[in-house]
Design a protein around this ligand. Structure first.
Ligand SMILES: *Cc1c(COP(=O)(O)O)cnc(C)c1O
Length: 395
């Protein structure tokens, strides 16, 4: 059986997205800045994509700018808020320690420039509370940036509550919604979101394209200088094919969101129940306040990397933590932040199901993981010491 269970890393493009992309690559290849009709048709396609994308998150289309993806959107949102804050004498930023590196590394850079960053506490459930945001806001706070849903453990943050706190205290609220858009109900108006980042390849669109929403009145700082594209906020000839494919992918995802969520949440519960019966294992993050597609476990006494390789032999593509951290020996910053000790954080497994996942596949994943974990423990010196009582079980 071949199962792609790493949809948090990237998703397969939908047929609708591929069709839209092909049209603008092959036939309608005009430059949207050209005045002749082929250029104008490309311009109209961009305008239409902007309107359709805005409708999916209940935004004004004028508030959407197209970018190269989630990382760029995160960078631009945070740098813009920092720039605005600095001009007003406000240099305090609030975030969580479980953010994506596109957020954390941008903040590290700002800290070196004199910004003061507060990292909110995160419970073992992987949730940041709105009350902790409220308590951390100071008169000099210029930005709160808390992700919508976590890319490793899938926990969904109380975004509407955080948005309400920020609106009341008149502080900008940015959310990295890369894992949420197309998968969870997102409404920038109702949820009082000032800025939002999204990426097409996480909802069955192409890689290298995304968008940034910034509410009216927020002056964005361009990261790329040049032509007047995207109202001067993001220079460079627009990725017309990618943007049109993104709009097609998002419309489709948004239309089947509820149905998919219900189905996936059932499969997720089954998967959590099955994997929980492996001895000395633990689910990471709240069991219900998480993406319908996400399951993340720690297994004591094994290395996540070996687990992945053996699962790959069984046809299962999964991940340990995030695609960005694999290849490095550091354990996941997210697992450490929710209180998993180093020894346990190394033995993690993330399964992120696709909308086409089946019960049969979930059963195969459960039996394969159970078998591989037992096999690896069979020759793990760490496991031997645990069983001999030379060290203590954590899970
Ligand atoms: C994938 C991801 C990103 C990065 O998006 P790219 O389009 O790959 O740059 C940022 N944040 C989160 C939460 C992600 O899952």
């Amino acid at each position: 059986m071949n199962i792609y269970a790493d949809n948090a890393a990237t998703t397969a493009m939908s047929a609708a997205a591929i069709d839209a992309m092909n049209l603008y690559l092959r036939d309608e290849f005009g430059n949207p800045s050209s005045l002749y009709s082929a250029g104008q048709r490309a311009r109209e396609a961009l305008d239409s994509a902007r309107e359709r994308i805005a409708a999916c998150i209940n935004a004004d289309p004028r508030c959407i700018i197209f970018t190269s993806g989630g990382s760029e959107s995160d960078n631009q949102a945070i740098i813009s808020a920092a720039e605005l804050g600095k001009r007003a004498g406000k240099t305090h930023i609030i975030t969580s320690p479980i953010e994506h590196h596109a957020v954390l590394h941008t903040l590290k850079k700002l800290q070196k420039q004199g910004f003061d960053v507060t990292y909110l506490p995160v419970g073992t459930d992987g949730i940041v509370s709105a009350a902790s945001v409220a308590a951390a806001i100071r008169p000099d706070t210029c930005l709160v940036t808390v992700m919508f849903a976590n890319n490793e453990i899938g926990t969904v943050q109380p975004v509407a509550e955080i948005g309400a706190v920020c609106a009341e205290r008149k502080v900008l609220f940015h959310t990295d919604a890369v894992q949420a858009v197309g998968h969870l109900p997102v409404d920038v108006t109702a949820q009082k979101i000032s800025m939002l980042s999204a990426s097409a390849h996480k909802f069955h669109g192409p890689k290298g394209v995304g968008f940034l929403y910034a509410a009216r009145g927020i002056k964005l700082t361009p990261l790329i200088e040049g032509g007047a594209q995207e109202r001067g906020l993001r220079a460079g000839t627009e990725n017309v094919a990618g943007i049109c494919a993104m709009a097609a992918a998002l419309e489709e995802s948004a239309a089947s969101l509820e149905e998919n969520s219900r189905k996936l949440a059932c499969l997720r519960r089954k998967l959590i129940k099955g994997l929980s019966s492996i001895p000395h294992s633990a689910l990471n993050g709240d069991a219900e306040k998480r993406l319908p597609s996400n399951v993340n476990f720690c297994f004591e006494g094994i290395e996540g990397e070996s687990l992945l390789l053996l699962l790959d032999d069984k046809g299962i593509s999964a991940s340990s933590g995030s695609a960005c951290t694999s290849g490095s020996l550091d354990p996941s910053h997210v697992l450490l932040a929710i209180g998993r000790p180093h020894a346990v954080a190394h033995g993690s497994l993330r399964i992120s199901l696709g909308e086409d996942a089946t019960e049969e596949q979930v059963e195969y994943i459960i039996s394969s993981v159970t078998e591989v974990v037992a096999y690896l423990r069979g020759f793990s010196p760490v496991w031997r010491d645990l069983c001999a009582g030379k060290s203590e079980f954590i899970l």
